[in-house]
Each structure stands twice: as C-alpha cells, then as structure tokens.
Design a protein around this ligand. Structure first.
Ligand code: AMP
Ligand code: MG
Length: 656
C-alpha cells in the first residue's frame, strides 16, 4: 500500500468504528438536568426609546401617567353650548345663541366661559370651555352674520358630542401588563400616554452557528455534494420569534480548531450558544468533543431518547448554556422547540409558549421504536367522522415537514406504535395565544389593577373590560364573565352592592373607597369647610360651576343628596368617571364635584370627605371553585394584597 494512503486508512477505520451513545437519557431526565444547571430566569430590564420598543417584552406593568384624552373635548365641529339653552329648539322654533368672542380650534385653551344664552365655536378635538356641557354640530345651526349669533334647530342632549377626560385611559390606570409583547397597537397607546422611554426586558443574545463541511449559505453556488444551510436561518428566526436577539455567526467547517475558536468567540459575547450538526458520534463530528474539553460542568446530556432528536447535546461552558442540535432539520427544530425555546422565553420575560392541542383520530397505524419518545408530524383534516391526524412521513432530514404539518403528536417511549382508530392529541404548531384565565367586567379601580398584577405573579392572566358597575353585573348574569366589579348604592337600604345580586350570585368583599367633594386647593368656598357646608356655599354663589356624574353611578346618588334638587351651572356636565371629574376641576372647567380620595390625591385636589363606598366583586356561586376564580378570591384575601391596597389609600378589613 502506498504511503500516501495511510492517513486515509486511518480515517476509514475511524468511520467504521463509530462510537456509540453510552448514556442516552429520557427526555424528562434531560430537561431536569438542563433546568438544574441553567437558570430559566428573566433577564434584567432596560429602558428603550419608544421607537425601538416594537417586538420587545414589557418588564413592568404600565400605568397611564395622564388622562387620555387629557381634557373633555369636542367630537364634532360645531358649537359648545349649555344643553338647557337648547331645550325646545326645532325647525319651527329655533333657539338663538350669541357667539362668544373666542374660537376653540385644536390646541387652544379656552379663556371665556359659555354663559347662559351663548355658544363658542369649537373644532373636533377642541377643549370644552367652562360652562358648556354639550356640542351641537355646525350642520344643525344657521349663522346670523349681522348679530354674530347662531340659530339652533335641534335640542342638544347634555354630554352630546363630548369625549370626556380619561375616557380612553384614566391617569393611574394600568393599561398594559408586564410580559406583553409590544405590537404596533401598544406603541400607539404608549405614545398617547406620552411615554418616551419604555421599560423592557433585556433580550437574551443567542449565538447561532451551523457546522458542516457540506454547508453553504443561501446565495452562493452549490458545488457537488453540498447543501444549503437551513438550520442556521430557521434557528435564528425562531430565536427572534420567541423574544431573543439572534446573533448569526454563520457556518463553521468540521474542524476542531476552527470550531473551538468560533465557540469561544460566541461564548464571550452571548447568553446562549446554539450549534447545529456534528453532534453524532461519527467521523467528522467534532462539536461534542470540543464541548467535552471546555471545562466543568461541560456536557450535561449527550443522547436523548427522542425520535427525532437522539444526538442532542446539552452543555454548560463558561457558565453559559451551549446546545448542539442534531443536524437533520426536523430533528433540529424539535429539539430546539423542546429545550431551547422554553429557556429563551423565560429569559425574555415571555410566558411559556401555549401550543393548543386538539384530539384527532389516526386513520393509519404508526409504528414506533420502544424506549424512545417519538414525535410524529401530522396534518389535520376535517372529515364527516371528525378530525383526523394524517402522519407526514418525510423523515427527519426534511426541511418542509415542520412547516407543512399542522402539528405533531407523541408516541410514549413505552409503546411500540399507535393503532388505527386511536385518538391522539395533536399539538398545533404556533397555534397562538392562550385565552385569558379570568374575565372581569365592571367598574374600574386602581386598586383592582394592583390585585390583577398580584394575580399575574401566580401565572394567571385576567382580561378586563370597564363598562361600569351595572354593565358588569348584567354581563355576569348573562354568563359573559367570571367576576363583576361594582360599587352600587341601594338608596332604600343604604347598602352597597349586596341588594343588587340575583339568586345564585355571591359577593366577595373588596375594599372601601372614600368619596368626597373635590376642589382646587385655596378656593375659599371650600377650604376649611365640611362637605355639605361647602356645597351650600357653592350653590349660593352664582359663579361657581359644578361637574356632575352620569345617572346610575353610585357617585351620582351622593351628588343628588348634596344638591337637594338644585341644578346649578355644570349640572348637565355628566362624565362617566372619577378621573374626568377630577380633571374638570383641576383644569378650572368646573369648581367642584364628587370623586374618590385616591383620584383627588392623584390630581393634587382638595378633598372634603362624604362617605365610604364599597367596591366589591360578584360571581356565580356555582363557579366558586373553578381554579382561576378560586385563585382570584385567594389573592383578594391575601395579607400582602391588603397591605398593597392600604398603601394606595383604600380601606380594607370591612365586609360589605
Ligand atoms: P450531522 O448532525 O452533522 O451529522 O448532520 C446530519 C445531517 O443533517 C446531514 O445530512 C447534514 O448534511 C444535515 N445538516 C447538518 N447541518 C445542517 C444545516 N445547518 N442545514 C441543513 N442540513 C444540515
Ligand atoms: Mg455534519
């Protein structure tokens, strides 16, 4: 044999003498070792400019720092009026209103009040001036040039065409929750709140390397025997999809020195390193050998009883996780999703991926190897007999199987196959978002924002809809939600909430909110007076303007008590929230109103206490033990929650 053939003989011998996987472990054991060695923990937060927040994960709950809109505004082009001035207006009996010497274009702060018998021109988005409580459309008026007045041919409802301050987002209201992936929609909300820098979770940097002499990058010519690198791009894209930052480091040859160098460079600058290929124990498979030499603890697992995916190698080098995925694309994707995706998502602050599973019948037998958990790609088909799962048998070398299949099912290690007609549970790939665990409808309270935040710490997500107390109760009775949040006063009994519950519903005690008269500090009509005395003084003062609340709200009942039938200026200004009342007073559009103390505090207003209202939660008794509802009630009763509520200024401890 000629000398120059000796190295080849050696190589031949090495290839024929392939090492065996000595210690193949179960999928569960592999996951346990990996989780024990690598903390699956969220990374610290960082602030980014709003323009860079797209796709990032919120690190904290975000409360709106302002009311949106920040003031009561006109919803149409027309005139700001007093609704009472328009009563009885019709085509045959127009009402004449004199125009004030001011035009409220957008961005103009009003300087004149709308006095009785007058109107101020206002544009869509203009600030409603003091005294006005409705807007009439320009189309329903006739301008009288000679006298600078308008004739109105239709009466205006109080509140007509007014968008109230805080109607969209109220100051202090939690509008976005941590763990949320920011999309264009959230960018808009954050911008409307005026937030220029956003607290987001630092993205885990994931280095992605492909190994193999046969690999070429897309765009290059393909010599005989070569294939394009598909694992690198698909892994990098999956990293990004799951909240990580992909650092694509390209293709490395099956050469120990080159790979060692590339790996060390990757470890120096990234949080996770993902390699693919070279993990089998054949000739030319060098990845795992290099990892073996990188120091303790080194390789945690090499060989998992998975099909596809057996050659998976999990290691820790220089304190960082290194994962070597099998080279075959389907194997690479399965193992990546099984082991790497949960780690990336945990570090990125995202909830675990929720793959929806559906039951489907198998129309053909699927054979499987005993002793390995086998994953079978399947496409789903709807038949008259129900859903069937058609196995996609393209083998683990296929790049298309993962995208053509609708999902996969697993055959447990202990079984040698699944029979015709058996039902399997198909996990749908990328099926989407998990529905909320709990739906809560009713009246908003900053205290509830806090409770929901604490519930989220237990991994439970709540959807909230603020439609007011009565709306929440109606939704609960229609079975549309788990909980109604309410504060309704029964004038007959003087009790809150309880008297409104139908049979079969129960009340969970929430907390007390102190209601009182709010005013601008320093106003002599109110300063150093008791609430009733102050309102009496205001009613006697012809210039004082009030802001009311909507009929049906608990607060309105208190206002009616104070007014004793009087209808002072501002009576018809009837916004739907505490925030809108506080905003009107703080901005000088009104002088007093009734709101809760926490809101008065947020606006820096003076506060004269009136009474305590109860804010409680109603639920259907027969759903008391559903897990999410039970967890909510548990969080509500928790000492930590109650302390947090007390800190916010609410009264806890009493029962309704
Ligand atoms: P290996 O794990 O290196 O033994 O590779 C197993 C099989 O996967 C071989 O057919 C490789 O050509 C193929 N393979 C390895 N890496 C990639 C890659 N990045 N893209 C596509 N196929 C690959
Ligand atoms: Mg290879």
């Amino acid at each position: 044999m000629p000398e120059n053939e000796i190295p080849f003989r050696e190589r031949l011998a090495a290839a024929a003498r392939q090492e065996q996987f000595l210690s193949v472990v179960s999928r569960e054991e592999a996951a346990t070792r990996f989780r024990a060695a690598v903390p699956h923990r969220v990374l610290p937060p960082e602030d980014v400019p709003l323009a860079e927040a797209l796709g990032r994960v919120l690190a904290t709950d975000v409360a709106s720092p302002i009311d949106v809109p920040p003031f009561d505004r006109a919803l149409v082009d027309g005139f700001a009026v007093r609704a009472t001035d328009t009563q009885g207006a019709g085509a045959a009996s127009p009402r004449r209103l004199v125009l004030n010497r001011e035009i409220l274009a957008c961005g103009v702060a009003p300087s004149l009040a709308v006095a009785e018998g007058s109107a101020t021109p206002i544009a869509t988005g203009g600030v409603i001036p003091r005294g006005a409580d409705a807007v009439v459309m320009v189309e329903q008026t006739e301008f009288l040039d000679a006298v600078l007045a308008i004739d109105l041919v239709q009466a205006a409802r109080p509140g007509q065409f007014i968008g109230y301050a805080g109607g969209d987002m109220a100051a202090g209201e939690t509008v976005l929750r941590r763990g949320l992936r920011i999309t264009a929609r959230e960018i808009g909300m954050l911008a409307a709140c005026g937030l220029a820098r956003i607290p987001v979770v630092r993205r885990p940097r994931v280095a992605v390397l492909s190994t193999g002499d046969e690999l070429r990058a897309a765009g290059l010519p393909l010599p005989p025997g070569a294939i394009y690198d598909s694992n690198g791009p698909i892994v990098a894209a999956s990293v990004i999809e799951n909240g990580g930052e992909a650092v694509s480091l390209g293709i490395v040859r099956d050469d120990a020195a080159a790979l060692r160098e590339a790996l060390q460079a990757a470890l120096a600058e990234n949080d996770i390193v993902v390699l693919s290929g070279g993990t089998s124990k054949g000739a030319g498979d060098v990845s795992h050998r290099i990892l073996r030499d990188l120091g303790s603890p080194g390789i945690l697992v090499h060989g998992v009883a998975l099909k596809p995916g057996k050659p998976l190698c999990l290691a820790v080098a220089e304190g960082k996780p290194v994962v070597v995925l099998p080279g075959f694309p389907t194997s690479a994707m399965f193992t990546f999703h099984d082991f790497v995706v949960p780690l990336i998502r945990a570090m990125a602050g995202l909830p675990p991926r929720e793959d929806e599973a559906v039951a489907a019948v198998l129309p053909q037998r699927v054979a499987s190897e005993l002793g390995r958990t086998e994953f079978v790609m399947a496409s789903l088909a709807e038949t008259p007999e129900g859903l069937v799962a058609l196995p996609v048998s393209k083998g683990s070398g296929s790049v298309t199987a993962f995208s053509q299949a609708d999902g996969f099912f697993s055959v447990p290690a202990a079984r040698s196959g699944v029979e015709v007609g058996e039902t399997v549970s198909v996990t749908r790939l990328g099926a989407g978002v998990r529905p909320p665990d709990l739906t809560l409808i009713g009246s908003h309270c900053v205290g509830l924002d806090r409770v929901i935040g604490l519930l989220a710490e237990r991994g439970l997500r709540a959807r909230t809809l603020w439609v007011g107390s009565a709306g929440g109760l109606a939704a609960l009775q229609r079975g549309e939600c788990d909980l109604a949040a309410l504060h309704l006063l029964d004038p007959e009994t003087g009790l809150y909430n309880g008297p409104f519950l139908a049979e079969g519903f129960r009340l969970a005690p929430g907390w007390g909110r102190l209601q009182g008269v709010v005013f601008r500090r320093g106003d002599p009509l109110f300063e150093a007076r008791a609430a009733e005395a102050a309102v009496t003084a205001a009613l006697a003062s012809p210039d004082a303007v009030m802001v009311n609340r909507n009929v049906g709200s608990g607060t309105r009942a208190l206002v009616d008590d104070l007014l004793k039938g009087a209808r002072p200026a501002g009576f018809w200004n009837q916004p739907r929230s505490h925030n809108a009342v506080a905003a009107a007073v703080a901005q000088g559009r009104a002088d007093w109103g009734v709101a809760i103390s926490t809101v008065a505090r947020a606006y820096g207003l003076g506060f004269l206490p009136l009474t305590e209202e109860r804010y409680d939660f109603a639920y259907a008794a027969d759903r008391r033990d559903t897990p999410a509802l039970a967890a909510f009630l548990d969080v509500l009763a928790d000492d930590r929650t109650r302390a947090a509520l007390r800190d916010l200024g609410f009264r806890v401890g009493d029962t309704p």
